[in-house]
Design a protein around this ligand. Structure first.
Ligand SMILES: O=C(O)CCC(=O)C(=O)O
Ligand SMILES: [Fe+2]
Length: 269
């Protein structure tokens, strides 16, 4: 996938921008070259079960459709296996998340291209955020670092490892696990010399999906942190909180004071 993604971003500007579209549900290219941000991203569905989208993928490079279809199949299978491990980690039946989520999960792929920047300290590839779905499977091009996560209030670089995927816990999994899995705050910085590519497959939910802590994880010692909400409600909060997406789930929190220490830690950034 990385090879065809690299070929795509090596296409001339006129060829890449054929994929400009205002419809977020069809494959589209977005250029983000303003407000210190330096990024192009190609986004499209990646769901072999729910979407009939292959004919909408880029025709160029010629192998893109075939490779992206196979990649979507492999990664969504991997996500289903990870759901099994996460369910077990939460003390639930192995197929709990798979049974509950598969029909209401939509996968999509974003390939990020960050051009080099002579003064990386003056720009950012992708500002700090948390992913909004369940989990994200990410791969980075070899040899160029850029992904950073926050650990103990400090930025930590996640260097690319050969043949390794990065799995990010995203917001809805933190809510469903009643805070046991923590969504990770991350960002991408630019490189002075080399361009960088990363490929993410996100799992999002259908808009009417009801999200909330899983009943079996709530008890007297661990009361529910969040109220139930429709995923649509979460999405509507995003434009209200541009650049601070990690605060969104607090809107659905039952006792906001309990997260105060987290808030204080985040204020350090
Ligand atoms: O480029 C990266 O490594 C991070 C990409 C990312 O976080 C995203 O697309 O949400
Ligand atoms: Fe992300």
């Amino acid at each position: 996938m990385m090879d065809v993604a690299t070929d795509f971003f090596e296409l001339p500007y006129e060829e890449r921008t054929k994929l400009y579209s205002y419809n977020p549900y069809s494959p589209h290219l977005t250029l983000q070259y303003q407000n210190r941000t330096l990024r192009e991203r190609l986004t499209h569905p990646a769901d072999p079960i729910h979407d009939d989208y292959i004919h909408l993928l880029p025709e160029n490079p010629p192998r893109y459709r075939e490779v992206a279809a196979a990649y979507a199949k492999e990664i969504t299978d991997l996500v289903c296996r990870l759901w099994g491990l996460i369910s077990e980690g939460l003390g639930l039946e192995t197929d709990y998340l798979q049974t509950r989520l598969r029909d209401m999960t939509k996968f999509h792929q974003t390939t990020n291209f960050y051009p080099p920047c002579l003064q990386p300290e003056l720009s950012i590839g992708l500002p700090v955020h948390t992913d909004i779905g369940l989990i994200t499977v990410l791969q980075q091009v070899q040899g160029v670092s850029g992904l950073q996560v926050i650990k103990d209030g400090k930025w930590l670089t996640v260097d690319p490892l050969p043949d390794a995927f990065i799995v990010n816990v995203a917001e809805q999994l933190e809510v469903m696990s009643n805070g046991r899995y923590k969504s990770v705050q991350h960002r991408a910085v630019t490189n002075q010399v080399l361009p960088r590519i990363s490929i993410a497959i996100f799992s999002r939910l259908s808009e009417d999906a009801i999200i909330g802590p899983i009943d079996d994880l709530i008890n007297e010692k661990q009361p529910s942190i969040y109220r139930n909400y429709r995923f649509e409600e979460f999405l509507k909060e995003i434009p209200k909180q541009m650049q601070t997406s990690w605060k969104i789930k607090q809107v659905f929190q039952l006792h906001p004071a309990s997260s105060q220490h987290l808030e204080e830690e985040r204020m350090l950034l």
